[in-house]
Write a protein that binds this ligand. Structure first.
Ligand code: PEP
Ligand code: MG
Length: 586
């Protein structure tokens, strides 16, 4: 919790671990370029100078690529192949040469104008994939211009001691040079879990939070900043108590990491014998192994948006089938719950027809999209049902807010299965089909939904935003986003009790179960399954193994009688501190 004077910012947990240190803001180095008019005699030498800068940049990119390949593997080095292609792009080079030759402008001016225009064209396309290409173009542009200006030093080279690096964005070139020796943690305004900075931070074990939107606005050089790469938040100016907590959690995280091998094999069972299914949330097939390594006994939420957002074309049935099959095989016999695509909200892609809307979170999102674009929905369902032949695959629908939606979706599942049957394509006929319970409507009609769904997986991230009317991404009202609000606890209790009354299991796949206080309450409310970030699993498993179900239930019952979120939090934190001091609180 933020205290007076401190400020907590939420972003995306990109690389696990806790770091506290002095801020170093990596400013985008100003490269001052003057527009110069050349005399006819100067054109030839200017062209030579431009070509020399391209050659030097080529060598430099080659070198960085080699270093990254050796250190982190060829997959991570691929981004520099893309940089090489941008550098050698015939159109870009020819246009720059034309500006130098015909407009008689200096090389840095000509190259900057040409590449900036290309980057802007990519920016105008809404897909994430193209925005990252725009960033790559700018990265290459800066490299070449630095050579033209004779400024080969990259920014950040003057870092001394160990710092927490804060930047609007980190280019692949900058990220490539981050090391443990100087960088304790990373916080960036932009980027997602798959951005280059995130990948490189993970590969090097540097805690990182990305996608903070306004970190660079809220911190100054040398401020103290805590980075919680497990939960995706940073705290500016933490007070002494918070610093002590971060330090304790940093040490505990290290210890858990050290004991990971041991914890991984232990069951998630309370001292009085209540078993919790502990699963992981993943977004990419590659994360399934990480989930297993960190002790997951299944994938409780496989977000599939990545397939649709990574490029500007629809993922084919085969492509999806292969990915789902791989994960299902790897996890077998543990379950893999695949969520059908949840585009819309903050994830739009113009090629899918999901445009920016006035109220995107109340808009054309999740199941609403799939029920309208049934041709896209059916391709995904076919891939999921086919993958269910090789593993324990379940599927669930996001954003269900009426029984009609569930019925329509179930009907489409029947049609898809009939088609597969008639074409003699093998598929898993007994695949469980559940819903994400993440709208207040789903809570109120839980009894109807429970009759026609095989399970509920509570999406607390959205349930909180919709129940409390607090935009989950709006930093201004982040203090109102309160998982322990009585309305949330009561909604969860309704979902659990109703689900159990109808003999279906109820899990949570929102971030609330990755928070120690949240996990204890959820345990006490009778949840059957927790699914959270792979990085949080050892900590959450330790909690489940430390608290008896009887005590957690009593705590949850008493919390349910309290009237405000602050009272609940105080009560839960005090109880945990006195009864289970071994459990760290954020
Ligand atoms: C949720 O809403 O809690 C959830 C897990 O789904 P997402 O975060 O993808 O909306
Ligand atoms: Mg959701």
């Amino acid at each position: 919790m933020a205290t007076s004077g401190s400020r907590v910012l939420r972003g995306v947990a990109a690389s696990p671990g806790i770091a506290v240190g002095k801020v170093y803001i990596l400013e985008l180095e100003e490269l001052h370029i003057k527009e110069k008019n050349l005399t006819p005699e100067e054109v030839g030498p200017e062209l030579t100078r431009f070509k020399a800068a391209l050659a030097t940049t080529r060598d430099e990119i080659e070198q960085v690529k080699d270093t990254i390949r050796q250190e982190l593997g060829s997959e991570q080095a691929k981004v520099f192949d893309a940089h090489m292609q941008i550098l050698d792009d015939v159109v870009a080079v020819e246009e720059t040469v034309r500006v130098i030759r015909e407009e008689r402008k200096n090389a840095e001016f000509a190259y900057r104008r040409t590449l900036s225009k290309i980057a802007e064209e990519f920016d105008a396309l809404e897909e994430e994939h193209f925005r990252s290409t725009a960033a790559d173009v700018r990265d290459v542009k800066r490299r070449v211009i630095r050579h033209l200006l004779g400024k080969p030093r990259r920014s950040g080279a003057d870092i001394s001691g160990q710092v927490v690096l804060v930047a609007h964005d980190l280019t692949p070139s900058e990220a490539a040079f981050l090391t443990h020796d100087t960088v304790l943690g990373i916080a960036t305004d932009s980027g997602g879990r798959t951005s280059h900075a995130a990948i490189m931070a993970r590969a090097r074990g540097i805690p990182a939070v990305v996608g903070l939107k306004y970190a660079t606005l809220h911190v100054k050089q040398n401020d103290t900043l805590a980075v919680d790469g497990n939960r995706g938040l940073v705290e500016v100016h933490p007070d002494d108590q918070a610093l002590t907590d971060y330090e304790r959690r940093r040490i505990q995280y290290r210890e858990l990491e050290g004991a990971l091998q041991h914890i991984r094999e232990l069951p998630a069972v309370t001292p009085d014998g209540r078993q919790i299914e502990l699963s992981a949330n993943i977004e990419m097939p590659e994360e399934a192994q990480l989930a297993l390594d960190r002790g997951a006994r299944g994938v409780g939420l496989f977000r599939t948006e990545f397939f649709y957002m990574k490029s500007a074309r629809l993922p084919s049935e085969e492509e999806q089938y292969e990915a789902y099959r791989k994960v299902a095989e790897l996890m077998h016999p543990y379950p893999v719950i695949i969520r059908t695509v949840d585009v819309g909200g903050d994830k739009f892609a113009s090629y899918l027809g999901t445009e920016r809307e006035n109220n995107p979170f109340l808009g054309w999102r999740g199941i609403r999209f799939s029920l309208e674009r049934t041709e896209i929905f059916k391709i995904q369902l076919r891939a999921i049902f086919r993958a269910a032949t090789v593993g324990n695959v379940k599927l669930m629908f996001p954003m269900i807010s009426s029984l009609d939606e569930l019925r329509q979706a179930n009907e489409i599942c029947r049609e898809v299965k009939d088609e597969l049957r008639s074409k003699r394509v093998p598929f898993g006929d007994n695949c469980e089909v559940g819903i994400m319970a993440e709208t207040p409507a789903a809570v109120f009609i839980a009894d109807s939904l429970a009759r026609e769904a095989d399970f509920f997986s509570i999406g607390t991230n959205d349930l909180i935003q919709y129940t409390l009317a607090v935009d989950r991404g709006n930093e201004k009202i982040a203090h109102l986003y309160e998982p322990l609000h009585p309305a949330i606890l009561r909604s969860i209790r309704t979902l659990v009790d109703t689900g159990h009354k109808h003999d279906i299991w109820v899990g949570v796949c929102g971030e609330m179960c990755g928070d120690p206080a949240g996990a204890v309450i959820l345990l006490g409310l009778g949840l059957d399954e927790f699914s959270t970030s792979p990085y949080l699993l050892p900590e959450i498993k330790t909690i489940v193994r430390s608290v008896t179900y009887a005590e957690a239930s009593e705590l949850a019952q008493r919390a349910l009688c309290l009237s405000t979120a602050a009272e609940v939090r105080r009560f839960v934190e005090e109880k945990i501190a006195s009864r289970f001091p071994q459990i760290a609180l954020p």
